[in-house]
Design a protein. Structure first.
Ligand code: NAD
Length: 260
């Protein structure tokens, strides 16, 4: 029932966002992709999605650390598609370091991307959704929106904040056909996590294999990384008509991590 809808998925040139974008395209949703990366690579993916699924797929390289760029991204996507029905606030970054060594510039960038961008994009997309009385806003938070791990204080802080922000906005728009939710993945083997393995190894004095098995999958009782397909299933459910009463909530897909 998503055919004819249109979506903006932030941070969709890699990892979870790219796979979520593909899951939406497969359901007939027109897309605006966003993210950083090599131009030719991104164009290849954009064209592949468009050709495979027969939907319009645009790319917008807006830097989400710049609030004016976010407003332009949303305005251009709305003009191009005629509407934005679905906003997936997915872009995010991680930096692993002890707090007393955590540099201030990285704190500012991480808060700008993981938290402030969610505010700016949500604010920009709501007037159109309210007018049409239909909207789905899905934020990629994290198991770290619910629990903590050492050496990730700024990340944990922003993901907890995204959950709180989603709940408050959900209440404001609850009578207008718009739902706002967060998905909380456990460890998913994306480029972001691959990069973290090296940093965590350094911070904890471990090998990279030990980090994967003894830090990441140790926290995850299933001992399996979460897959893209599992996250996509939740996204599609929340976007469907069946998900209309799910709002102001968070959906944990973490292999049992936060049950402990
Ligand atoms: P990733 O690094 O593979 O992808 C991040 C995306 O964000 C990329 O498309 C990148 O280009 C984009 N991006 C980065 N900086 C940007 C900027 N300034 N402006 C615009 N786009 C920017 O990471 P991922 O693992 O797929 O993570 C996606 C989301 O999922 C993040 O919010 C992350 O915190 C969250 N998450 C990931 C995991 C995991 O285990 N991988 C677990 C829980 C939550």
């Amino acid at each position: 029932d998503l055919k004819g809808r249109s979506a903006v998925v932030t941070g969709s040139t890699s990892g979870i966002g790219l796979h979520m974008a593909e899951a939406l395209a497969k359901m007939g949703v027109a897309l605006t992709l966003n993210g950083l990366g090599e131009e030719a690579e991104i164009e290849k993916e954009r064209k592949r999605l468009e050709d495979t699924y027969g939907v319009t797929v645009r790319f917008d390289g807006a830097n989400l650390m710049d609030q004016a760029e976010i407003r332009r991204l949303i305005a251009d996507a709305e003009a191009a598609h005629g509407k934005i029905d679905i906003l997936v606030n997915n872009a995010g970054m991680q930096k692993v370091a002890p707090i007393d060594e955590y540099d201030e510039a990285t704190w500012d960038r991480l808060v700008a991307l993981n938290l402030s961008a969610v505010f700016h994009a949500t604010k920009a997309v709501l007037p159109g959704m309210k007018k049409r009385r239909w909207g789905r806003i899905v934020n990629t938070a994290s198991a770290h929106g619910l629990v903590a791990s050492p050496f990730k204080a700024p990340y944990v802080a922003t993901k907890h904040a995204v959950l709180g922000f989603s709940k408050a906005v959900a209440l404001e728009v609850a009578e207008q056909g718009i739902t706002v939710n967060s998905i909380c993945p456990g460890y998913t083997l994306t480029p972001l996590v691959e990069n973290q393995v090296a940093d965590t190894a350094k911070a904890r004095g471990m090998t990279e294999e030990e980090v994967k098995s003894e830090v990441m999958l140790k926290a995850q009782p299933t001992k399996e990384f979460v897959t893209y397909e599992q996250l996509n299933g939740m996204l599609l459910y929340l976007c469907s008509d069946a998900g209309a009463s799910c709002t102001g909530s968070s959906y944990v897909i973490d292999g049992g991590w936060t049950a402990q």
